[in-house]
Write a protein that binds this ligand. Structure first.
Ligand code: SF4
Ligand code: SF4
Ligand code: FES
Length: 529
């Protein structure tokens, strides 16, 4: 049998609507998708374990069974791999005891040798097995106690526990970032399909047969890839766990802020999961047009530095310009609101000021998953607002007497190239971090990090995306860059909404957009950015 399966076709706004019958009731559903998605579109959730909307369908768990009327009567089919056809007659547990029993039996098989780990399992609270079990009526186990658990997976890690039961490997180190709990695995194959079809680096496999099947790496190999932490997201159980997050926090104690990862111009959509004033983890936030459900390790783990080496807020009166020309430089993580404030400051200073933006880091090729390769996240916003590239400033540095950098660590990015800026005597750095550029500055002024501000950015696909602020700023006195800069310009913005109004004056493509109307998945701008 081929190891390759089809990607699911997901419904869109353009999907044709067809009539089908669900539990003898006529409903209109998207006609170009699978039954599981079609039922979801009309509010009927179908439990599933192996199905994932952005992975090829393997149809191996049988948790999504429904009944379909066919030429030989009603038969059980898996909804994740059954295409919608007009007029089809489908029966769910709402009307079919057979479907209810089949799903229950599937779940019972899945749980029969599953450990009772929920109280200490990192997946508890967001575990598909738990959710399915609670929804299916919390059926009593029928396992006779004298048999106990009887795990037959990877023989290398089996052990006999204190009760004399045969158990599977716990915290098996399968790579630098991931631990595997073998007996929590339900062999759904999602992690294998992720590595094969999305990461395009087949590093995991299902070995063994039948109830001896287990997940493993290839002999002598480790799971080690820039996207390997995504397997902890797609894993429906607590089998794949991230080392950095293990036992750090119960997930139901985390609050979630939807925002944008400002380290790359694709602007991957993310959740900042926080508690007690600090971020515990960063998770991909599904956006079908941007990063789907994926996030690189680099973007995911960057938060570990967000609260380190921070610059304190100082009195704004320290920000003094001298005579002569002023170079205003925006870093890649500056929002449109920061850019609008800089543009307003340039207008206030007149012809003596010029706007520059970008970074001295190399632009890489897109990886085709969740990164464009361009470290200047809001490059499109800078182009829309007429910022020249920072390389231009390096050539003409001798013309300027004042330099204001905003979250732009040019000395840290390329110390040799940035040396040209030494010619500018009055260097002022507005930065979240006490970085190399802040250290070289005459005045270093602490501001908020992008994870702590509201605002917008335009990504490499020309989508206007919205950032939200997690309440994790280490010092309430730190302000967003747009507030500090707009105050310098003599017209302080008190909110991102106010700053965006100014950005609308500068960018015709924003003219008809209000801040509140930007959806969580962003707004595609007309024309090229
Ligand atoms: S994977 Fe973890 S949370 Fe889910 S049922 Fe198993 S032990 Fe419980
Ligand atoms: S480790 Fe997780 S994702 Fe991989 S097969 Fe097992 S349950 Fe599925
Ligand atoms: S979700 Fe359909 S078979 Fe697994």
């Amino acid at each position: 049998m081929s190891n390759y399966y089809n990607m699911p076709k997901l419904p869109t706004e353009a999907s044709p609507k067809v009539e089908i019958f669900v539990d003898d009731r006529a409903v209109m559903v998207p006609g170009d998708t699978n039954l599981l998605e079609a039922l979801k579109a009309v509010g009927i959730e179908t439990p599933h374990v192996c199905y994932h909307p952005y992975l090829p369908v393997s149809g191996n768990c049988r948790q999504c069974l429904v009944e379909q009327e066919g030429p030989r009567g009603r038969m059980l089919v898996i909804s994740c791999y059954t295409p919608v056809t007009p007029g089809m007659k489908i029966y769910t547990p709402a009307s079919s005891a057979r479907v209810k029993n089949a799903r229950k039996a599937t779940q019972e098989f899945m749980l029969v040798n599953h450990p009772l780990d929920c109280p200490i399992c990192d997946k508890a609270g967001e575990c598909t097995l738990q959710e399915n079990y609670m929804e299916a009526g919390q059926n009593e186990g029928r396992l006779r106690p004298e048999y106990g658990k009887n795990y037959h997976g990877n023989p290398e890690h089996q052990f006999i526990d204190a009760k004399g039961q045969l158990r599977g490997g716990k915290h098996v180190d399968i790579g630098p970032r991931i631990l595997l709990d073998e007996e929590r695995c339900v062999q759904c194959d999602r992690c294998v399909r992720f590595m094969r079809s999305i990461a395009k680096d087949e590093q995991l496999q299902l070995a063994g047969r039948a109830d001896h099947t287990y997940i493993t790496t290839f002999p002598g190999e480790k799971l080690d890839h820039e996207y390997d932490l995504c397997v902890t997201d797609v894993c429906p159980t607590g089998a794949m766990t991230a080392k950095y997050f293990r036992f750090q926090k119960r997930v139901w104690l985390l609050a979630h802020t939807p925002t944008i990862s400002m380290d790359d111009s694709l602007g991957a959509n993310i959740w900042l999961d926080y508690a007690d004033g600090r971020i515990y983890r960063v998770m991909p936030r599904c956006n079908p047009e941007v990063n789907r459900s994926w996030l690189s390790n680099t973007s995911r783990l960057a938060f570990q530095q967000f609260d380190k080496n921070r610059l304190p807020a100082i009195d704004a009166s320290a920000l003094q310009l001298v005579g002569g020309k002023v170079a205003l430089v925006a870093g890649g993580a500056c929002t449109n609101e920061d850019l609008a404030a800089l543009k307003m400051l340039k207008e206030a200073l007149g012809d003596r000021a010029e706007l520059f933006g970008g970074s001295l880091l190399k632009v890489n090729a897109p990886d085709g998953i969740a990164k464009s390769g361009d470290p200047v996240a809001n490059r499109a916003g800078m182009q829309l607002m007429g910022f020249a590239d920072v390389a231009e400033l390096l050539k003409r540095a001798g013309e300027f007497s004042n330099l204001i950098t905003v979250n732009a660590d040019l000395y840290g990015e390329d110390a040799a190239a940035a040396k040209a800026l030494d010619k500018i005597s009055n260097r002022i750095a507005l930065s979240a971090f006490d970085d190399a550029t802040a250290k070289k500055a005459k005045v270093a002024f602490g501001i908020r990090h992008w994870s702590e501000v509201q605002g917008t950015m335009v990504n490499s696909l020309n989508i206007l995306q919205k950032l939200s602020a997690a309440p994790t700023c280490p010092d309430e006195k730190l302000l967003p860059a747009y507030e500090v800069i707009s105050a310098l310009a003599g017209n302080k913005f008190n909110s991102a909404c106010e700053a965006f109004k100014k950005a609308r004056e500068y960018v015709p493509a924003f003219a008809d957009i209000t801040y509140d109307a930007i959806k969580s998945t962003g707004k595609l701008l007309g024309g090229n950015a």
